[in-house]
Design a protein around this ligand. Structure first.
Ligand code: EPU
Length: 427
């Protein structure tokens, strides 16, 4: 087992390049299952969720490998199975996309219930509603979702809940269905647009991605091609917050500033200087106190739930009291106990956390409870006094490429150690 050791207090400064979006890349790799032909996908972050998905696709008979840094070659022409390995599927949330992709390819899919971070209940009723609307019979038994259809036929699906996963999954199943599928009340996250762009590049006919009505006219087949994944909005946001948290001066490159608007506005409200360029943002914070602010998570273009733990962490040292409301997930405040262990003053009542700003956090051993909570604890460690040790790094490794190397290049005092290396916590 490994731990991350951080000596807090260093102001981050310099330039950092953001990797491709993990949540987009996992959906695009799954979408490649629909393609008969070779796809070259660039800007793929090398994180463990991607490795798991590549393993699953290989297990289904496809060929899927990194051929260079950030580049995956994937060819599913000879994919010959519609049942994915149960244990592997349970390791990542994105395996839910196998349902839509395999159903679209074979009119048949048998996939274990997807795993992923634990934020309370993670239902898939909207995915199932979509598949049924397209003509599939769906049975859920013994941890498997079994889907079969004589043929898929387009129709209108109205989502009762704005769901990223259901929107993408229905899009995948509908790409080669007969006729027109209309998804109403669709999610609008940047990676939904990215998946639609990928499918269109390979010959699909999808219009309206990025709005709440997406129209998919089924095509007979998709062909191979090349595509580059968009930059990771959440990794970019994590670095923006880390820069502000250390009163640093950091330019974050390879990003789409438009995707960052809700965070940029919130940081400015807290007194942080945010300068936007074409494909970069500079974050600058002097030695003044941060101001408190209220944050409510919402589907895009609202404030992303995947940056909620990181912004809450920043608010622990802002002057005054802030309220953070989690509107997307039932239970995404598990990490708060860890922050309080570091001296934060956060109390949670249902979906609302009240954050009373304190002078500073104090370094301590803490445990990541999920991917973004892990990133939040790294930010807490960077701004705390003394040494913070973070355990459960497997969560962070699911979604951040070279996090500590990138932070180190900005001047952070951070290192990874094996846990039985007790000689020192020196960084
Ligand atoms: N929901 C339903 N029924 C469904 C599907 C979702 O009620 O059939 C509810 C969920 O319970 C939740 C809300 O709808 O309350 C939103 O869930 P959504 O389906 O949008 O989430 P997801 O597709 O499972 C993706 C990201 C998450 C991110 C959410 C919200 C991936 C692989 N995961 O999850 O990312 O939090 O969208 O933006 O894209 C992360 O990267 O750390 C992460 C957890």
């Amino acid at each position: 087992m490994e731990k991350m050791v951080i000596l807090g207090g260093a102001k981050l400064s310099g330039e950092v390049e953001i990797s491709g979006a993990k949540n987009s890349a996992v959906a695009i790799l799954a979408a490649s299952i629909l393609v008969k032909g070779k796809c070259i996908i660039d800007n793929v972050p090398h994180v463990s969720d991607i490795d798991v998905l590549l393993d699953i696709i290989q297990g289904l008979g496809g060929s899927a490998y990194f051929i260079d840094k950030g580049t995956v070659e994937i060819d599913c022409t000879n994919l010959n199975k519609y049942e994915a390995d149960y244990e592997t599927v349970r390791r990542i949330r994105a395996s839910s996309y196998l349902m839509g992709a395999l159903l679209g390819r074979f009119s048949r899919a048998r996939v274990g219930m997807p795993g992923g971070c634990d934020f309370g209940v993670r239902p898939i009723d909207q995915h199932i509603k979509g598949f049924k609307t397209l003509g599939a019979e769906v049975e859920v038994d013994h941890g498997f979702v079994d889907l079969r259809a004589d043929k898929l036929v387009g129709d209108s699906v109205y989502l009762d809940v704005v769901s990223v996963g259901a929107t993408i999954n229905i899009m995948l199943a509908a790409t080669m269905a007969e006729g027109l599928t209309v998804i109403e009340s669709a999610a609008k996250e940047p990676h939904i647009v990215d998946v639609a762009n990928f499918l269109n590049c390979m010959g699909a006919n999808i219009k309206g991605a990025g709005t709440d009505v997406i129209k998919i006219r089924g095509v007979k087949e998709l062909h191979g091609g090349e595509f580059s994944v968009i930059p990771d909005q959440i990794e970019a946001g994590t670095f923006m917050i880390a820069a502000a948290a250390t009163h640093g001066d950091v330019t974050i490159t390879n990003i789409i500033p438009k995707h960052m608007e809700s965070l940029s506005a919130k940081l400015e409200e807290m007194g942080v200087i945010v300068e936007e360029y074409d494909d970069a943002i500079r974050i600058h914070m002097d030695d003044r106190n941060l101001k408190s602010a209220n944050v409510k998570t919402q589907p895009y273009p609202g404030f992303p739930t995947d940056l909620q733990p990181q912004i809450l962490t920043l608010l622990t040292v802002a002057k005054g009291t802030s309220l953070v409301t989690e509107n997307v997930w039932d239970n995404r405040f598990k990490y708060v106990d860890e922050l309080n262990r570091m001296g934060a003053k956060v109390s949670v009542d249902g979906r609302v956390a009240a954050v009373e700003g304190c002078e500073h956090l104090q370094g301590s051993p803490v445990y990541a409870t999920d991917l973004r909570a892990g990133a939040a604890l790294v930010i807490a460690g960077l701004m705390a006094k003394g040494v913070t040790e973070i355990y459960n790094l497997k969560y962070i490794d699911r979604g951040y490429e070279n996090l500590e190397l990138k932070l180190k290049s900005l001047g952070a005092q951070i290192a990874r150690r094996t846990v039985d290396d007790n000689k020192s916590n020196a960084v």
